[in-house]
Design a protein around this ligand. Structure first.
Ligand code: PEP
Ligand code: MN
Length: 338
């Protein structure tokens, strides 16, 4: 739409698009509104839409993903959830254990990561584990502990939903719903978090291409939820020296193609405590809009992923280094609204 298009003209064109049997997705930027018209047939409507009131131009979007594309929305999206702001010049720092184990562990971690400057708290209550015999998470009891930690520290809570049926329960406690790597192509789950409406952290599948990641994000956007953060957490390659291979070129590549913020997970991305801080710094240097990092009071005794978790001192060192790198690339690590 033109920069000076009126709300009535925008509404009129939304109705015209829907009348043509297409789905209308208004995207309100600071400069102007774009109406994404989604559907199979499109070229035949182009001319008739172009002459509509307040319409600037009708542009076919070439990328297979539409609402996620920078062609549709030039300005970078900032996703906000309480204390967390991710995108544009805001770098979000999500830290906490792989899994919620008990209240003492979670509260100690929440206090420590907040003191070090984290802007959100992570912790899995529903754990997708490779083996059915591994710790599966505390489920609702874990969610309650996360809510207690938020009440005490003010940190927004990021936690995973592993099945579409769990989404309402997890959303009652969480500020951000995490979709795990193994679930990136669980389309019913993507639609469920799309309809739920809370911000989503969508992790890249270990063998998914970036186009597939963007199409998975498109499911959530298309269900009406604009607040999606993409997360690079490493992929499976022939290489065995790290748990996964962390491809940091994904960060600038995604920034070129999508307005959605990009978060990096250097914990799962490397699988080794000693590699987490260097790769965290490298991620920010590459333009990451946030990090998600595993931190545990006593990594050796962690019920999951201890070998890639930082202790409190190591996390403080990570923060000190990342703040310096962020400043060098004109970003700030700062909380959103507390
Ligand atoms: C996690 O964040 O603890 C997790 C299970 O990550 P991923 O889905 O990336 O394996
Ligand atoms: Mn983990």
């Amino acid at each position: 739409m033109k920069r000076n298009a009126t709300p009535e003209q925008i509404q009129h064109m939304i109705e015209r698009v829907e009348h043509l049997g297409l789905k209308a997705h208004p995207i309100h930027g600071t400069e102007r509104t774009v109406i994404a018209a989604i559907g199979e047939k499109r070229d035949e409507f182009r001319q008739s839409l172009e002459s509509g009131p307040g319409v600037d131009e009708v542009v076919p979007i070439l990328a297979p993903y539409k609402v996620a594309s920078r062609e549709v929305k030039e300005e970078s999206t900032v996703v906000r959830a309480g204390s967390l702001a991710v995108g544009n010049s805001h770098v979000g720092m999500i830290a906490g254990p792989c899994a919620v184990e008990n209240e003492k562990q979670m509260l100690a971690t929440a206090r420590a990561v907040k003191a070090a400057g984290a802007t959100a708290l992570r912790g899995g209550a529903f754990k997708p584990r490779t083996s059915p015999y591994s710790f599966q998470g505390l489920k609702e009891d874990g969610l309650k502990i996360l809510a207690t930690a938020r009440a005490e520290t003010g940190l927004a809570v990021v936690t995973e939903a592993i099945g579409a049926e769990d989404v309402p329960l997890v959303a009652r406690y969480a500020d951000v719903l995490q979709i795990g790597a193994r679930n990136m192509q669980n389309y019913r789950l993507l639609e469920a978090v799309g309809h739920e409406g809370k911000p989503v952290l969508l992790k890249r599948g270990p063998s998914a291409t970036l186009d597939e990641l963007l199409l998975a994000a498109e499911y959530i956007l298309n269900a009406g939820n604009p607040n999606v953060m993409l997360c690079e957490r490493g992929i499976r390659t022939f290489e065995t020296h790290t748990r996964n291979t962390l491809p940091l070129a994904a960060v600038p590549w995604l920034h070129q193609r999508t307005h959605l913020p990009v978060v990096v997970d250097p914990s799962h991305g490397t699988g080794h405590t000693s590699l987490v801080t260097p790769m965290a710094a490298a991620s920010i240097a590459a333009g990451a809009d946030g990090l998600i990092v595993e931190v545990h009071p006593d990594p050796e005794s962690a019920l999951s992923d201890g070998y890639q978790s930082l202790d409190f001192d190591q996390f403080e060192q990570l923060m000190t280094l990342c703040r310096r790198v962020a400043e060098a690339v004109d970003r700030t690590i700062e909380p959103g609204a507390l």
